[in-house]
Design a protein around this ligand. Structure first.
Ligand code: G6P
Ligand code: MN
Length: 460
């Protein structure tokens, strides 16, 4: 079995390889191929990976390449994890809307729109290559905005073997498990929404839904759950636990004010960390690649990135949780994106294994108010080549209404990207619930066109 990562110059690659190693006895892997178009970044991640894995015993071949065709050819699973335009484009994505008093964020609102316009044409080119060189492969999409990108592949390009993964629901699951004092695989979740726009309505332990009890605790005892920047009264009123990204919809003014007050968005906050990591690694390499220095530079980077996550947007200190002690080594390797992807691969390939995983997939009736081909984020049953969403049934109007509005924006964004249409792009952005008017949508789009220059698709 060949597993390929497209975008392996990203900073998570050493962690991805660690997850693969933790799963190697559970999947029949023969080759792990790590591909990126950026030679230097790929080299630096290779340098870190080799040190972190110096004692590991991979039972598969590890291939590093900048050749997309070589990477894709013969793959059984392809994970897309590239960031089109890199951090520099993310800075522009987030900076431009803030000038007009609108949210500047990687995936939500105009930032996600600009990223989608840049990314969709590129991922559809990769898809052509996949159809040509590994037509039976599964495509596991991490590339953001993950919901929109996955829908472009599934609905518009008509590719069936695609799933989108976000680490957010599994992080919520681990946070809840740690609060409840149980390992996270003991819980069964009912979760519904779009990517970065979802709600946890059920957390079952031994058949009992603990959400009502949790909400009571939050309200009465002031219990705070990691990564949930919501007023307890709001959670009680909703009767369900919102994904942290709903911050931008439930507190639109406060989140924008926090960003404006800080004078920088998340991309500008992390850019210096990225630059420092690259410089340090290049210097360490020049001086003979000392392993301890390499590890220290990388660990420092992870800590900087982790400890500042969502701090500007929420205006609060970083909240974290201690994992339950019974989370075994696989449990911790299964954290984050790559762990979710490996659990998926295991359940898809191992006859005796099935899994419940929250994924971005076509709705197929899971949420009756959404179209069957809308990509939604819900708990899925995965087994032996099959991924199917569990039926959620009726959901509250406030959630369905917001999902439908955002889905309308997503569909138009995809259509604008595929057709290269300026008119559709303005329409999409104007209909986003966080964009106040048609005029503002136009100002933001025109500004993106100027700022991104040749890195933005040409719209007619
Ligand atoms: C979470 C989300 C990802 C997003 C990331 C941003 O993990 O699920 O989709 O890319 O946060 O983190 P960053 O450190 O880049 O702001
Ligand atoms: Mn995500």
């Amino acid at each position: 079995m060949k597993l390929t990562f497209i975008g392996a110059g990203g900073v998570r690659t050493p962690l991805v390889i660690e997850s693969v190693l933790a799963f190697q006895s559970r999947i029949p892997l023969t080759e792990l191929c790590l591909m990126d178009v950026d030679t230097e970044r790929l080299e630096l991640m290779r340098m870190v990976s080799e040190v972190r894995l110096r004692d590991a015993k991979p039972e598969f071949e590890l291939v590093w390449t900048t050749d997309a065709r070589q990477a894709i050819e013969g793959s059984d699973f392809i994970v897309t994890t590239f960031r089109q335009g890199g951090i520099a484009s993310r800075v522009i994505d987030e900076q431009v809307p803030l000038k007009y008093g609108v949210l500047g964020q990687e995936t939500t609102g105009p930032g996600g729109f600009a990223m989608a316009l840049r990314t969709i044409p590129v991922i559809l080119d990769y898809l052509d290559m996949i159809r040509d060189l590994s037509p039976e492969a599964w495509l596991i999409n991490f590339t953001n905005p993950a919901g929109i990108v996955t829908e472009a592949i599934a609905r518009v390009a008509g590719f069936e073997r695609v799933v989108g993964i976000c680490d957010n629901p599994s992080a919520m699951q681990r946070g809840l498990a740690s609060h409840l004092g149980v390992p996270s695989d003991r819980l069964f979740l009912e979760y519904y929404g779009l990517n970065h726009l979802g709600w946890m309505s059920g957390v079952y332990l031994r058949g009992v839904n603990l959400v009502p009890e949790l909400i009571r605790e939050i309200k009465e005892q002031g219990v705070t759950l990691p990564g949930l920047p919501f007023h307890p009264g709001l959670i009680e009123a909703l009767g369900t636990i919102p994904n942290e990204y709903l911050l931008f919809y439930y507190y639109p003014r406060k989140s924008v004010e926090n960003l404006v007050k800080a004078g920088q968005s998340r991309a500008q906050q992390i850019q210096p960390f990225n630059i420092e990591l690259n410089h340090s690694l290049m210097q360490i390499r020049e001086e003979g690649s000392d392993p301890e220095q390499t590890l220290a530079a990388y660990s420092k980077y992870l800590e900087q990135r982790h400890s500042t996550y969502m701090t500007i947007e929420t205006g609060e200190a970083h909240s974290s949780h201690t994992p339950h002690p019974d989370e075994d080594q696989l449990g911790s390797a299964a954290e984050g994106y790559s762990g979710v992807a490996l659990r998926l691969i295991e359940a898809l390939t191992q006859e005796a294994k099935s899994a419940n995983i929250i994924l971005n997939v076509p709705n197929r009736g899971a949420l009756p108010g959404m179209a069957d081909d809308d990509v939604v984020e819900v708990n899925c049953y995965v087994r032996d080549g099959v991924v199917r969403p569990f039926v959620v049934g009726a959901i509250p109007d406030h959630a369905l209404g917001l999902m439908k509005q955002v889905k309308a924006y997503e569909r138009l964004t995809i259509q604008a990207a595929v057709e290269g249409s300026y008119t559709l792009a303005v329409k999409a952005l104007a209909l986003h619930p966080l964009v106040p008017s048609y005029e503002t949508a136009k100002l933001i789009l025109n500004d993106y066109i100027v700022q991104h220059g040749e890195h933005f698709p040409r719209l007619q």
